[in-house]
Design a protein around this ligand. Structure first.
Ligand SMILES: CC(C)(COP(=O)(O)OP(=O)(O)OC[C@H]1O[C@@H](n2cnc3c(N)ncnc32)[C@H](O)[C@@H]1OP(=O)(O)O)[C@@H](O)C(=O)NCCC(=O)NCCSC(=O)/C=C/CCCCCCCCCCCCC(=O)O
Ligand SMILES: Cc1cc2nc3c(=O)[nH]c(=O)nc-3n(C[C@H](O)[C@H](O)[C@H](O)COP(=O)(O)OP(=O)(O)OC[C@H]3O[C@@H](n4cnc5c(N)ncnc54)[C@H](O)[C@@H]3O)c2cc1C
Length: 642
């Protein structure tokens, strides 16, 4: 199963080998539980481990393999981030996709050797979503052949970029490029922020940390202002766009090609989210098979809480989602790598499809991951609320994904643009022009679902039902939009008035893609036992998801009330079938105790002894009487006694 999850037997084996090596290297372990550290201590601890890793990485992993590097980071540095989180996730990808060969030769080897630390600085205090209204300017000075970066007012301060505040000395900065008073829109520039020797900010740069966040606090998300700060013309990333010495602008082959670093993260973050969801579920499911509370049969001893159907219903559909996201994520990364290769050689024809797909996926996956993790926390009762479970940190980090790389509603609306264009093709009889991801929009569907009538149809009838609801909602939302425009409404106003319906269409389309990716994967599996276990999970997935969106299929009678009962019964049937495999389905992800950082979720199940040990190690328990008591509470009580 681990081979299915991680992509191959070799990958699964390598992960195990890496975890085993790390287990033998105490210098790479947290020196004490992270929840007991202050933010400064955590940042220091992370930097300590990061530098050891840089030295010893070659002994542990193949540093050129991103999957090995990612696993190493998760084990050693953890999900709260590290001082170089953005360096690998956005700075290097931005340089790789947007710098010319010559620029790459100059900067990439230095970045890869970790001679310099970089980040991606785009969002500002006043604008994150609406890139066209970013305010930082890069004005070309023809006389000196330099760009002058400037922050015209407080809202133009860069705000949020990870590791910008304290760790990075370089950044890819996105600024409006102005040449001879003409604004060419946002473009990426390579900018040195700090002196390479002293790490002091360079003159003209104002920089710092934006303060603590809900989670992810090892990362120093930062602010950055420029006061007429000059960089050479050749620091504009020039793979696709060029500015010649005389100010001549050579436009890129696609208007949005500079957005590729965002698409990179949107594609890669899906498996990252799956991992966080599976981690939280691993903790909750293990704990649920240790925790005994109450009886189902009063004549029997107390049961493991995992025996309760409500507990299974809370956890198992999310286990199915974690697998579904992992499989959909792996497909998306493959597609992304393909499109990137094409893009580098000038073929930009697949960019719109990839943008639409990743926009929908990042939104649905992050939202459902958040839901699943929060349910996992509640499934652990009181102990889930303790930082000892570590679930709250996983939750905080995961839901950051609902916001970063494009706020979810906004990204769903990006997919909706693509769906509405596709709907227009269907309505004008041009269905043959639909891309493969939306081809179903042009296919006539049956009048009713056959879900309960062809039980051995594999998952075909389910897929057809998802297709039906997605198609119907897309055409309905598009009709609403076109109708408003026909009535004379301006395009943007009409769009806003339909946006809730449009986003519903985007979610349904994306959920269909996720179901299909899961079905595709299960169909490919040769090993009978693995196929059986995943088929059960897929049954739960399709029935649970369909129940969740049933209103769309009931509205037009595609599903009947009795079919809904059938679907509900299938959910209960598969909850029971999955119960014996539940812990194994999560243990198969092979998270080590070091990586999980959870007292509740330990592999040995020794929860209570370790919770007590953990509580005793709380810094508050170093003394029996705190100074807050001696200084304030004790005098107060004494005064009251007088
Ligand atoms: C897209 C916007 C909303 C609008 O852009 P704008 O330029 O204004 O658009 P318009 O002019 O209106 O045009 C719209 C048309 O453009 C098309 N379009 C838009 N984008 C693209 C694109 N990328 N490709 C192709 N086409 C595109 C669109 O389809 C329209 O076409 P049409 O007109 O309909 O034909 C834009 O403003 C936007 O994107 N806003 C969002 C801003 C954003 O995303 N900011 C991100 C900042 S960086 C950030 O947030 C970083 C966060 C770091 C987080 C760190 C944690 C990382 C964890 C990663 C884990 C990795 C795990 C790895 C796991 C593993 O290895 O397994
Ligand atoms: C943990 C974290 C890490 C980050 N890291 C980085 C980084 O490394 N580099 C970087 O540059 N940035 C980073 N960001 C910033 C992030 O990319 C932005 O916060 C994000 O893109 C959302 O933009 P915003 O903050 O402007 O939200 P807003 O756009 O202000 O969103 C507020 C509300 O307005 C709604 N809204 C906005 N526009 C529309 C619209 N057109 N239609 C409908 N609704 C709309 C949204 O849906 C939302 O409900 C990070 C953010 C976080 C939380």
């Amino acid at each position: 199963m681990a081979a299915q999850i991680w992509g191959s037997e070799k990958r699964a084996r390598r992960r195990r080998e890496i975890s085993a090596k790390i287990a033998q290297m105490p210098e790479l372990h947290d020196s004490k539980p992270l929840p007991f550290m202050t933010r400064e201590e955590k940042i220091m601890e992370s930097a300590r481990k990061l530098t050891i890793l840089t030295e010893k990485m070659g002994q542990i992993i193949d540093p050129t393999d991103p999957a090995e590097l990612y696993h190493l980071n998760n084990e050693v540095l953890g999900l709260e981030g590290n001082p170089m989180a953005l360096h690998g996730v956005m700075f290097i990808p931005a340089l790789s996709a947007q710098a010319s060969d010559e620029q790459q030769a100059k900067w990439l080897p230095r970045a890869l050797r970790r001679e310099i630390i970089g980040t991606y600085a785009q969002t500002e205090l006043g604008h994150g979503t609406n890139l066209q209204n970013l305010e930082t300017t890069a004005t070309y000075d023809l006389a000196t052949q330099e760009f002058v970066l400037h922050t015209p007012q407080i809202t133009a301060l860069k705000w949020w970029p990870g590791n910008l505040g304290k760790s990075s000395n370089y950044a890819v900065v996105v600024a409006h490029m102005i040449i001879k008073a003409k604004n060419y829109g946002p473009h990426p520039f390579m900018v040195q922020l700090r002196d390479e020797k002293t790490h002091e900010p360079l003159p003209g740069i104002t920089i710092g940390d934006i303060g603590p966040k809900m989670a992810y606090n090892i990362v120093d998300n930062g602010f950055l202002g420029f006061n007429k700060y000059r960089i050479p013309r050749t620091n504009l990333l020039m793979r696709h766009t060029k500015v010649e010495a005389d100010g001549t602008y050579i436009k890129p082959p696609h208007a949005k090609i500079n957005y590729s670093a965002m698409v990179h993260v949107r594609a890669y973050m899906l498996t990252g989210q799956a991992i966080m969801l599976a981690s939280a579920l691993n903790i909750a499911t293990r704990y649920s098979s240790v925790r005994r509370q109450g009886q189902i049969d009063k004549s029997q001893p107390e049961v493991k809480v995992l025996e309760y159907q409500t507990q299974q219903h809370r956890l198992f559909p999310s286990i199915a989602r974690a697998y579904a996201f992992q499989f959909a994520g792996a497909e998306t990364v493959k597609l992304y790598e393909h499109v990137l290769k094409e893009m580098k050689s000038g073929n930009v024809s697949l960019m719109a499809d990839l943008h639409a797909l990743t926009s929908g996926l990042k939104s649905v996956v992050t939202y459902q991951t958040g839901e699943g993790i929060e349910q996992a926390r509640m499934a652990c009762g009181g102990h889930g609320y303790s930082m000892a479970s570590y679930i709250s940190e996983i939750y905080g980090v995961a839901i950051g994904g609902c916001t970063y790389e494009g706020e979810n509603m906004v990204m769903l609306l990006q997919l909706a643009r693509y769906l509405v264009k596709s709907a227009a093709l269907v309505k004008s009889g041009q269905s043959s022009k639909l891309g493969p991801l939306v081809a179903y929009l042009g296919v006539k569907s049956e009048p009713t679902s056959l879900i309960d009538r062809i039980p051995n149809s594999g998952f075909t009838e389910y897929v057809k039902t998802f297709q039906h609801v997605s198609k119907r909602q897309t055409l309905k939302a598009a009709d609403m939009f076109f109708g408003l425009m026909e009535k004379g409404e301006k395009r943007e106003i009409a769009w806003n008035k339909c946006s809730v319906e449009l986003n519903r269409a985007s979610r349904l389309h994306t959920r269909l893609f996720i179901v299909e990716a899961f079905v595709r994967r299960v169909n490919e599996i040769a090993d009978i036992r693995i196929k059986e276990a995943l088929t059960d999970l897929l049954h739960l997935h399709v029935n649970y998801e369909l129940l969740d969106i049933a209103s769309y299929a009931l509205e037009d009678g595609f599903l009947s009330a009795s079919q809904l009962d059938y679907i509900r019964d299938q959910v209960y049937l598969y909850l029971g079938k999955i119960r014996p495999n539940a812990v194994s389905l999560l243990d198969s992800w092979e998270f080590s105790d070091i990586e999980l950082r959870s007292v509740l979720g330990r592999r040995d199940g020794n929860v209570y002894e370790n919770l007590f040990k953990w509580a005793k190690s709380s810094p508050l328990n170093k003394t029996d009487v705190l100074s807050s008591v001696t200084q304030y509470l004790k005098p107060m009580m004494e005064k009251a006694r007088l």
